[in-house]
Design a protein around this ligand. Structure first.
Ligand code: FUC
Length: 769
């Protein structure tokens, strides 16, 4: 169809014209819009854990921006600084003498990684589909159906309804794009590719676009990967015509595009994969399967995970509006379904960015259009990567943790070398970031990087996966990682001079400066809390597995000598060994590291340690509510753990504002960082169900704004699954199913009930004794 190209303004007017306004999709768990994406944070994300795409939905041109989760810069490298070990005693001496700035400087000179930064996660490139110029577009809608994991673009031109469907199949390992029209012979487009990588695009006999290239070097580490992306195009009712780096289809009834991508990455130390063979083989297999089969298998694989949890917080007319308008709404009408949508979007994102066999979800999950994204889109493990996985177990997506577990197993290897080279210690250690190559040395600078706790924190997720599943075989597999993490601290903890407590040194309370011109210090509260969990979980694991007699004893003895949680002069939980909190230069810092003990840990709990919980509350009040996206996400979970539903709700409302949520529902740090999405999902879950401090608590932080609702399929520690229904802000009924057999204590307000269920057995409770 040939016409004159409309001006952008005319197009927008047409697209939003009331004459043919698109109606909301039938599936309420959809993101939807009445205009194409103008910027990346409006485009819609699909992913199969490994292959990601951002779908823009343009009428004149579709941009499908592609990612593959092993396409990072660089190659295998070891950044451990060989000068570190010699400097360590002096750094400790300076730190304990209160000469923090000197300690900081010495760390900067001798202990930091070489290179000082890690490698960036990078983009593959774009698939571009150019369509004939069009006038008079009506009834435009693009949507992302969270229940099927399919993005759809549909619009009408001259009485012809055009539809584009895009999904990334975890079964067939391809991104599928189907173009159809409701009249024959109307599908016309030219497909091409572009990239920021060092790559070429050619047409291969005759229906496949091939992009092949090499990854970039970065910070002196040479690029060691090759990669390919292939787009195979099939059309019905018209030929596929090859051109110079382009393929054209004219007047077809429909067209099917299959996109495969791979790099030569096999592991952090092996880059001998063959992306050509991999992508050819993937396309060959997927091409044999009709669209309907590709779609059916994709939807089934997605729904197997996604449909395990349903959440109903009530629906108001606001739910009929396009998603961007709902987020933008300055008056914020009552829209409880938006919170439910946000909750399910977080689950959707985890399923789409972290499937078994893939890389873990990084700072942007899987989606990135840049060669040097913010913070390199790495794994920041002083909060961000952990937050990505907070919703995994409680929202019934235990499988999605597998890539994180696999990364930790890699880190036990690279981290053992860093432990040895930099500390002369056994076990393994990782600092505040890692990347595709599992780099484990301290990076960026002493203020941020000199924190040896990243691996120890990740071990909490290893334990939690057991605690929710009670899978002993799995526990036996990860036990060496837990033990190795603990071993490093048995070898490196030092006695602080005043109380003779055992502390980390040097370390820091993530990334918060104390009053003495740096963050470098000894034994910050968070480190002690993480170590208490690590030692406790090691001891429990050894008991369950019946292994290692001496090691648990040693761990218990060391645990008893860690510096305790302390309450400071303002009634706050002290962030450091000393009562420095009220003198710290950034009182409202986004990190709330010392509150780790309240969430994700349960060392501090309103019921079991009320004084410490009150101090944690005080710290939270002093810090204030405003923060980055993930900072707000953390505060949400903390207020839920304090059983303050109204404050939690207030924080959630802040997260859902346009300042913290982009039109495509990605979290705004800003810029985009996916952790806030996951922290939000986890926080909504924590408002409805908490599984900590030895109990399963129903509706612990239910706000007045959600008077009636239900949630089904949440998980609790001990292998339990729960459905909860409430009305007029009160529990109506809960069902508890035991997946493994075992006992638990349920709580609703002041009432408790002890249950002992056989495997597969369930019980009902209405909250009355
Ligand atoms: C830490 C945070 C920043 C950001 C970055 C990826 O440095 O303090 O806010 O989230 O990680």
């Amino acid at each position: 169809m040939i016409g004159t190209r409309p001006t952008v303004l005319a197009l927008i007017l047409t697209l939003s014209g009331s004459a043919a306004m698109a109606q909301p999709p039938a599936e309420p768990l959809s993101l939807w819009y009445r205009r194409p994406a103008r910027q990346w944070v409006e485009a819609l994300a699909v992913g199969n854990g490994r292959l990601g795409a951002m779908v823009f939905g343009g009428v004149a041109q579709e941009r499908i921006q592609l990612n593959e989760d092993t396409l990072w810069a660089g190659g295998p490298y070891d950044p451990a600084n060989p000068d570190a070990l010699e400097a360590l005693p002096k750094v400790r001496e300076l730190t304990f003498a209160g000469r923090y700035r000197e300690a900081h400087n010495l760390i900067g000179q001798k202990m930091m990684a070489k290179p000082l930064d890690q490698m960036p996660y990078q983009c593959v490139g774009d698939l571009l589909l150019k369509f004939p110029d069009a006038n008079g577009v009506t009834d435009y809608r693009r949507d992302l159906n969270l229940d099927t994991a399919v993005a759809t673009v549909a619009y009408t031109i001259d009485g012809v309804r055009y539809t584009r469907e895009v999904f990334s199949s975890p079964v067939d390992q391809v991104i599928v794009v189907r173009l159809t029209a409701d009249k024959p012979g109307k599908v016309t487009f030219t497909a091409g590719m572009k990239t920021l990588q060092k790559a070429s695009v050619t047409v291969e006999s005759p229906e496949t676009l091939v992009m092949q290239g090499v990854n970039e070097g970065s910070r002196g580490i040479a690029g060691a990967l090759t990669y390919q992306a292939r787009v195979a195009i099939a059309a019905s009712g018209a030929p596929v015509v090859p051109g110079d780096g382009r393929i054209t289809v004219e007047g077809a009834d429909s067209a099917l595009l299959l996109i495969a991508a791979a790099t030569s990455y096999k592991s952090f130390k092996d880059v001998t994969g063959d992306p050509e063979a991999l992508t050819k083989d993937t396309i060959a297999r997927a091409s044999k399967r009709p669209f309907e089969t590709l779609l059916k298998d994709h939807v089934a694989a997605h729904q197997k995970l996604f449909r395990r949890v349903t959440l109903d917080l009530g629906t108001t007319p606001a739910a009929q509006r396009p998603t961007d308008e709902r987020i933008r709404d300055p008056n914020k009408v009552n829209d409880p379904q938006l919170a439910a949508l946000y909750f399910q979007f977080g689950r959707y994102l985890l399923i789409s960015s972290s499937r078994p066999g893939c890389q873990p979800a990084n700072l942007q999950g899987l989606w990135n259009d840049s060669m040097n994204p913010p913070w390199q889109s790495k794994y920041t493990i002083n909060i961000n990567t952990e937050m990505n996985y907070w919703p995994a177990e409680p929202t019934n997506l235990g499988e999605c943790v597998e890539p994180l577990v696999a990364m930790v197993m890699d880190l036990t290897e690279t981290g053992a070398r860093t432990a040895q080279v930099c500390y002369g210690a056994g076990g393994w250690v990782t600092h505040h970031n890692t990347d595709l190559w599992r780099a484990s040395a301290p990076i960026d600078g002493p203020q941020w990087g000199m924190w040896p706790m990243g691996g120890a924190w990740l071990c909490l997720h290893l334990w939690d996966h057991y605690d929710y599943s009670r899978d002993k075989e799995y526990l036996a597999r990860v036990y060496p990682a837990l033990k190795g993490a603990a071993q490093f601290f048995l070898d490196t903890l030092v006695e602080e001079p005043e109380h003779k407590w055992l502390v980390t040194c040097p370390s820091l309370s993530p990334e918060n400066g104390h009053p003495f011109g740096t963050s470098v210090c000894a034994g910050p509260t968070m480190d002690m809390q993480i170590l208490r969990d690590l030692f406790t979980n090691c001891i429990r694991a050894a008991e369950i597995l019946g292994v290692d007699e001496d090691f648990p004893k040693q761990a218990a003895a060391t645990r008893a000598r860690l510096a305790p949680n302390q309450i400071g002069s303002a009634g706050q939980l002290q962030e450091w060994l000393e009562d420095w909190d009220m003198k710290a230069p950034e009182m409202h810092h986004r990190h709330v590291s010392h509150l780790y003990g309240l969430y994700p840990s349960d060392q501090i709990h309103v019921r079991t340690t009320p004084d410490l919980a009150a101090a944690a509350r005080k710290s939270l009040e002093i810090r204030g509510d405003e923060a980055t996206g993930w900072g707000i996400g953390w505060r949400l979970n903390l207020w839920a753990r304090l059983h303050d539903g109204e404050h939690a709700y207030k924080i959630l409302a802040m997260l859902l504002r346009p300042e913290r949520t982009y039109p495509n529902m990605f979290d705004a740090h800003p810029p985009f960082q996916i952790d806030g999405n996951f922290g939000g999902t986890s926080g909504i879950g924590e408002m409805l169900l908490q599984s900590c401090a030895g109990e399963i608590e129903l509706l612990p932080a239910l706000p007045k704004a959600w008077p009636s609702g239900s949630v089904k399929g949440l998980r609790a520690r001990g292998g339990f699954e729960l459905d909860i229904q409430w009305k007029e802000n009160k529990l109506v009924n809960a069902t508890v199913r035991s997946l493994t057999g075992g006992s638990c204590r349920l709580r609703y307000g002041a009432v408790t009930r002890d249950l002992n269920l056989a495997k597969g057995q369930s019980a009902q409770w209405d909250g009355v004794k």
